[in-house]
Design a protein. Structure first.
Length: 767
C-alpha cells in the first residue's frame, strides 16, 4: 500500500494534480477489539478529536482489514460515518449484504463465487464424495454452508461429513488436541475423495501437520485463505499429506514492486515496514562467508533476491487495486484531468463512497467494476501444489482457471487420471443400479439388482420401470413384451370341450330331424309338440354359444354370449314348464284344480311370459352393464378374459333360471304318480335337478375365480346343463321313435292308462 500510494503521488502525469494522498496504518493484530479501537482513531476529526461518529471524519476511505471476521467488525463502525471500506482479502459472503454493510466494497471476489468454483472443480474431476471442514467464524461458517447448499442442488455429489471447527481449534491445549484427533480420525476413516478446508491458515496448519504425521495421503481442496501459504507448502514431508488443489483470485504482480523491494534493501529505504524487517533479521551470508564462518548461527535471515517470493503476491496485488480504486473515485469526484482538478472544495466521505461504487476502469490488465453488492468478479486461478520430492521445495503452480461466466478449465490429462482410490462408486452391470445400502458408509453406493418390472442399461444408472405391457428380462437389462395369456383354442382341454360342444350340436340337429319326421306321433305331442322344436332350438343356441367362450376375448362375443345364454336357457326351461302344465291338465281329475290349471295351460303364453322377463333384464344388462374384455397385468403376462360386468344382473339371470328349474322340478316331482307312458315327469325331474346342482356350484366358483379358466368353467356348466336336458328329456323320446315304435301310438297310451287306473280300482271311461 505504501508503495502504491508513493507511485501514484509521483506518477507522471499525475492522476490528482493538486492533491497528495496520505495514509495512516494500524495493526489490528487479527483481533476485533484492536480493530475497533484503530477504526475509532481513524475516524477522529481534528476540530473535535473526541468525536469519531458525528462529525465528518478526517479519513475518507479505509483499506482492510485482512480477514473477514475483523473486516465485519470494522465495517459496522465505518458504516456510521459513511466511510468507504475496500477489502483486499475479506471474502465472506456476509459482507455482500448491503443492508448491513452499505460502505463495504472489495477487490477480491466473494466466497459466493469461490464456493461455486470449488463445486465445479469437484464436478470436473468426477468426484462423488467430499468432506467439508469450516470454522466458527464468518469466513468458514458461511463458506461451508454455501458449499453444502450447492452440493445438495447438484444431487450426484454426496457430502460424507461437514465439520465446523471451534474457535479454540488452533490453540495449544488438551481440548484443541482432542478436537483435532477426532477430526483426523474422521478424515482417515472416511471415503471422501476430496477434503475441502474452508478455514483460516492457523486451523489448516494443525490439520495438515497431523496429515503429514499420520501419512493420510488424501486430496485436499484449499480455499484462498491458505492456498498460497508458503508456511504450509514448505512443511517437511508435506507430500505425505497428499495432493492439494487450491483457489486464489486472479493472480497478477504489482508493477515495479519487486524492483522496489530489492532496490530499497540495497540502497536504503524510507519504508518503515521494510526498515523494521531489516532491523530484526540480518542479511543472509554469501557462499564465501558461509565457508569462513562455519559457526554461523542458524537464525532467520533476509535474502534480498529471495524476499519478494515470500511476499503474499495476491494480497499485495489486491491492495494495489484497492488504492487504484480510491484514486479513480477521487479523480471522478474532483473532476481531474492531467493538468488540474476542477473541484477544490472539501468533500465528504459519503460523496467519495458514491463515486467509488461507480468506478469502471482497467488497471494493469485488470478490469474493475463493482456490482450492486460491492463485489467485483475477477475469476479465480486454480492452483496445484507440485510435490516432486520430499527434499525439494513444493512449487505452487497454476493449472487452470475459473472464469466469471462459470467456465472451468483444467488440463484434460489431469481430469482423466483423477479417479481416486477412495472413489466408492462402481461400474455396475446392466440390470443393476447404484444404491445406498450400508448406513455406516453414508456416501458409498452398492450395485443393487433392479426389482421385478424394472431395468437398467448399466453403468450404475437408476432402474426404470418397464411399461405396463412389458416385463423385465431375467437379467433386468431390458424390457420384453408381455404375452397375452388367454384360453387358446389349441389347449388340449379346450379341444376336448370343443369336441363335446360340436357333438352336442350334431346330436341336437339329429334330434330335430327325428322330431320333424315323427312330429305327428303321440310321443312328440307328449313332449310338447311344437314346443319341443323351440326347446331343441334353445339347446342348439346354448351349444353354439359355448363355442364362443374359447380363444382371445372379443368385445362383441364378450358382450352378448352370457346374456344370450340366459335368454336361451330360460326359453328352454319355459318350454319344459309349459309341457309339465299340459301333463298336469291331462291327468288331473279334480274339477277345481283342473279348472285352474286349464286356465294357465296356454303353452305359447307361458313360454312368452316366462322367457320374456329374462329377455328384458338380459337386454338391459347387455346394453348398459354388459360383460366386456378385461386385462390383469401379471409379472410376465397380460391375462385377458371376459368380465361379467354387473354382478347383480349376472346373479339375477342365473337366479331366475334356477328358480324356473326349481318350479319345473316341483311340478315334475308332483306328476311322477301320473299314468305317463313316456315318463316325462321323471326324466324332467332328473334334468332339472342336474341343472340346479350345476348352477348352484357354478355361481360361487365363477364369481370368486378370476382369469382365463372362468371361460372354461362357463363352457362346462353350459355343456352339463344342455346334455342333462338333451339326455334325460329328449334322448329317450328319440330312442322310442326309432327303436320302440310299438309304443308310439294312441292305442298303447290308452292301454297303459287303463292298466294304471285299474290297479288303483278307479273306473275308467275311454273314448
Amino acid at each position: 500500500m505504501i508503495y502504491a500510494i508513493r507511485e501514484i503521488n509521483k506518477r507522471t502525469p499525475r492522476p490528482l494534480p493538486n492533491y497528495t494522498i496520505g495514509y495512516d496504518i494500524y495493526d489490528t493484530c487479527a483481533d476485533v477489539s484492536f480493530a475497533i479501537r484503530a477504526t475509532h482513531e481513524l475516524l477522529k476529526n481534528h476540530s473535535d478529536p473526541h468525536s469519531c461518529l458525528l462529525a465528518e471524519p478526517k479519513t475518507k476511505a479505509v483499506i482492510g482489514a485482512g480477514g473477514s471476521e475483523v473486516s465485519i467488525a470494522v465495517a459496522r463502525v465505518l458504516a456510521l460515518s459513511s466511510v468507504a471500506q475496500i477489502g483486499y482479502s475479506a471474502t465472506s459472503e456476509l459482507l455482500s449484504r448491503k443492508l448491513k454493510f452499505p460502505t463495504f466494497l472489495r477487490t477480491i471476489p466473494s466466497d459466493k463465487h469461490q464456493t461455486k468454483a470449488i463445486a465445479e472443480l469437484v464436478k470436473k474431476f468426477k468426484w462423488k464424495t467430499v468432506g467439508i471442514v469450516g470454522s466458527d467464524d464468518e469466513y468458514g461458517k458461511y463458506g461451508s454452508d454455501t458449499l453444502k447448499d450447492i452440493f445438495d442442488e447438484m444431487k450426484d455429489i454426496c457430502i460424507e461429513f461437514s465439520d465446523i471447527l471451534p474457535g479454540y481449534f488452533s490453540q495449544n491445549n488438551s481440548k484443541a488436541k482432542d478436537s483435532l484427533d477426532g477430526l483426523v480420525r474422521k478424515i482417515n476413516n472416511s471415503t471422501a475423495e476430496a477434503i475441502i478446508l474452508f478455514t483460516k491458515q492457523s486451523n489448516v496448519a494443525a490439520i495438515i501437520g497431523d496429515a503429514v504425521k499420520y501419512s493420510l495421503n488424501r486430496t485436499w481442496i484449499a480455499s484462498d485463505a491458505w492456498s498460497t501459504s508458503e508456511k504450509l507448502s514448505s512443511l517437511s514431508g508435506i507430500e505425505k499429506a497428499g495432493e492439494v488443489f487450491g483457489f486464489i483470485s486472479k493472480r497478477n504482480e504489482v508493477p515495479g514492486f519487486k524492483d522496489y523491494v530489492i532496490s530499497s534493501m540495497f540502497n536504503g529505504t524510507t519504508n518503515a515496514i521494510l526498515k523494521n524487517y531489516m532491523t530484526l533479521y540480518p542479511f543472509c551470508p554469501t557462499k564465501s562467508e558461509e565457508n569462513r564462518e562455519s559457526n554461523f548461527p542458524l537464525k532467520k535471515c533476509l535474502d534480498p533476491m529471495d524476499l519478494t517470493n515470500y511476499i503474499d503476491q495476491d494480497a499485495s496485488y489486491n491492495t494495489y487495486l484497492a488504492v487504484e480504486v480510491i484514486v479513480e473515485g477521487l479523480r471522478s469526484l474532483l473532476k481531474c484531468d492531467h493538468r488540474q482538478c476542477k473541484i477544490s472544495t472539501n468533500f465528504t466521505a459519503l460523496e467519495l463512497l458514491m463515486e467509488i461504487k461507480k468506478v469502471n476502469f482497467t488497471v494493469n490488465g485488470t478490469h474493475i467494476q463493482f456490482d450492486s453488492n460491492g463485489d467485483p468478479f475477477l475469476g479465480y486461478d486454480i492452483l496445484y501444489w507440485n510435490m516432486t520430492q520430499s527434499n525439494e521445495r513444493t512449487r505452487i503452480t497454476k493449472i487452470g482457471e475459473y472464469e466469471p461466466e462459470g467456465n472451468i478449465t483444467v488440463p484434460h490429462d489431469l481430469v482423466r487420471n483423477k479417479v481416486t482410490a477412495f472413489n466408492c462408486s462402481k461400474t455396475c452391470k446392466p440390470g443393476q443400479e447404484l444404491k445406498k445400502q450400508n448406513k455406516g458408509k453414508v456416501c458409498c453406493n452398492d450395485c443393487v439388482p433392479c426389482a421385478v418390472g424394472e431395468y437398467s442399461d448399466g453403468n450404475g444408472t437408476k432402474c426404470k420401470r418397464c411399461r405396463t405391457e412389458e416385463y423385465s428380462s431375467e437379467n433386468r437389462d431390458k424390457c420384453l413384451l408381455k404375452n397375452n395369456d388367454f384360453l387358446k383354442r389349441s389347449h388340449p382341454f379346450i379341444v376336448f370341450l370343443s369336441v363335446l360342444e360340436l357333438f352336442g350340436i350334431i346330436v341336437t340337429i339329429g334330434f330335430a330331424v327325428v322330431f320333424t319326421i315323427y312330429r305327428k306321433t303321440p310321443i312328440v305331442k307328449a313332449v310338447g309338440g311344437y314346443l319341443s322344436f323351440v326347446e331343441l332350438f334353445s339347446l342348439l343356441a346354448c351349444f353354439c354359444l359355448s363355442l364362443s367362450f374359447k380363444g382371445k376375448p372379443n368385445p362383441t362375443f364378450c358382450k352378448v354370449r352370457l346374456p344370450l345364454f340366459g335368454i336361451a336357457s330360460s326359453l328352454c326351461i319355459s318350454c319344459i314348464l309349459a309341457n309339465l302344465l299340459q301333463i298336469l291338465v291331462g291327468f288331473n281329475f279334480d274339477l277345481k284344480k283342473r279348472s285352474w290349471i286349464k286356465n294357465v295351460n296356454q303353452p305359447l303364453a307361458v313360454v312368452t311370459i316366462v322367457s320374456g322377463f329374462q329377455v328384458i333384464q338380459c337386454v338391459i344388462w347387455m346394453i348398459y352393464y354388459g360383460p366386456h374384455p378385461k386385462e390383469i397385468i401379471l409379472s410376465n403376462t397380460i391375462l385377458t378374459y371376459c368380465d361379467k360386468g354387473s354382478d347383480t344382473f349376472f346373479i339375477t339371470m342365473l337366479g331366475y333360471n334356477a328358480f324356473l328349474a326349481l318350479i319345473c322340478f316341483l311340478f315334475a316331482f308332483k306328476g311322477k304318480q301320473l299314468p305317463d307312458l313316456y315318463k316325462n315327469a321323471n326324466l324332467i325331474s332328473i334334468s332339472m335337478l342336474l341343472f340346479l346342482i350345476v348352477w348352484i356350484f357354478f355361481i360361487p366358483i365363477y364369481i370368486n375365480l378370476i382369469g382365463r379358466y372362468t371361460q372354461a368353467i362357463e363352457s362346462i356348466a353350459i355343456l352339463i346343463s344342455c346334455y342333462g336336458i338333451l339326455g334325460c328329456h329328449l334322448a329317450p323320446k328319440c330312442y322310442i321313435m326309432l327303436f320302440r315304435k310299438e309304443i308310439n301310438n294312441e292305442k298303447a297310451i290308452t292301454e297303459y292308462i287303463r292298466n294304471h287306473y285299474e290297479q288303483t280300482n278307479m273306473p275308467v271311461v275311454t273314448s
